[in-house]
Write a protein that binds this ligand. Structure first.
Ligand code: PLP
Length: 382
């Protein structure tokens, strides 16, 4: 990798294939893969096609473990405790669907949970005759104590599993996951942390969160090619879970089961070390800190100008922050979608708009290619 860039922001934008006509403020949505990482992925694609039989049979098992070791090194955990999954949805489903629930059991989630994972939890609960319990946490959130109190109120002796988002999707709040995990484990529940947004957004050590299972995406903030998620599990808990697709590795252990789930494109995993190097070159932790400062300032500036407010305390936001739109009336998902489309079509601004707690919120995301002027474009629109 080349030398660190002299400055972040618009000057760096050509390092991504982003449309120059669009102000892109939704890095958190699907990630954006840098050109350098796409090139690395293409090198792997070409290498596979030279002799797929040799590659899959002889080379891939070792290469996957090397890539997992690189990720584990980045996270500060052991390589053998980390497996790749296609995305956070797959990783969370692998845990949820491998566990058995019986009538009387409860699965606890919060109202900040990602909708798809809440649906998966509902499915698994209903399949076992168990109950899905939701801790209500309306926006704006006052502080971490409010989140902890809401969860504590819904935890009980029947809670078998608690699911906490590390960085909640619609609200962008960084949850106090270590406190929540301690609380849930103290009540006798297992803990799954959905860290879809966390890697590359906040400094992360999955083991230190106190989770039993931690799922993350590398294709969002770590800038790996799309389709690169991981699952970390405490060694004694690894044998409890299985991939969604049971394959040749069944019964041979955690890494054997997850490393082969049928023929698929392994290039997002193999290009991950290049993405980690790219993230490091842009500053690593310093980049995350810079993005955090910029996201908080952008959200504060808009909220002051619009005389609205943020989705939570500024200190609870990292590289994404939510600000309430100065719009009265209906706050439905349909209106949020119409607004997102209008911003994209009429103003060429791509930004997430969500309806939550009876209001409409913009979720601002900040990545290395963004700069303050990007967010100032929004100020004049209302
Ligand atoms: C908290 C959370 N969980 C899960 C997901 C799903 O991620 P993916 O679509 O990569 O599976 C997201 C997506 O943004 C998310 O924010």
């Amino acid at each position: 990798m080349s030398a660190p860039p002299a400055a972040l922001g618009a000057a760096l934008r050509p390092e991504w294939p982003l449309d120059p006509a669009v102000t892109y403020l939704n890095h958190g949505g699907y990630g954006v893969t840098p050109n350098a990482v796409l090139q690395e992925q293409e090198v792997w694609r070409r290498r596979i096609e030279r002799n797929p039989t040799h590659f899959f049979a002889e080379e891939l098992p070792g290469l996957l473990r090397q890539a997992a070791a690189a990720l584990a090194g980045h996270l500060g955990v052991r390589g053998e405790d980390v497996v790749f999954v296609d995305n956070a949805t797959t990783g969370c489903n692998a845990v949820l669907r491998a566990l058995d629930f019986v009538p009387g059991d409860e699965i606890l989630i919060t109202s900040l949970a990602y909708g798809a994972i809440a649906k998966a939890a509902r499915h698994v609960a209903s399949r076992g005759g168990a109950r899905l319990v939701e801790a209500e946490i309306p926006l704006p959130v006052a502080d971490d104590a409010a989140i902890i109190a809401a969860v504590a109120a819904r935890l009980g002796p029947r809670t078998r599993l608690a699911i906490f988002d590390h960085v909640a999707s619609h609200s962008a709040l960084v949850l106090p996951v270590a406190d929540l995990a301690r609380l849930a484990r103290g009540a006798g529940a297992r803990v799954l942390i959905d860290g879809a947004h966390a890697p590359g957004l906040v400094p992360l050590d999955p083991a230190a969160t106190g989770a039993d299972w931690y799922v993350g995406n590398c294709h969002k903030w770590l800038m790996a090619p799309r389709g690169c998620g991981f699952l970390w599990a405490e060694p004694p808990l690894q044998r409890l879970i299985h991939p969604l697709a049971i394959s040749h590795g069944y019964g041979a252990g955690f890494t054997a089961e997850f490393d082969w789930t049928g023929t698929r494109d392994p290039t997002p995993f193999l290009a991950l070390p290049a993405a980690l190097a790219f993230h490091r070159r842009l500053g690593g932790e310093a980049l995350m800190a810079r993005n955090t400062v910029l996201a908080r300032a952008a959200a504060r500036g808009l909220a002051e100008g619009w005389r609205t407010g943020l989705g939570g305390p500024e200190s609870s936001f990292a590289a994404m922050a939510t600000v309430r739109l100065p719009l009265a009336g209906e706050a439905s998902p349909e209106r949020a979608l119409a607004l997102r489309r209008r911003l994209a079509d009429e103003h060429r601004i791509e930004v997430a708009v969500n309806a939550e707690s009876g209001a409409l919120w913009l979720r601002l995301a900040v990545q290395a290619y963004n700069e303050p002027a990007d967010y100032q474009r929004l100020a004049g629109l209302w």
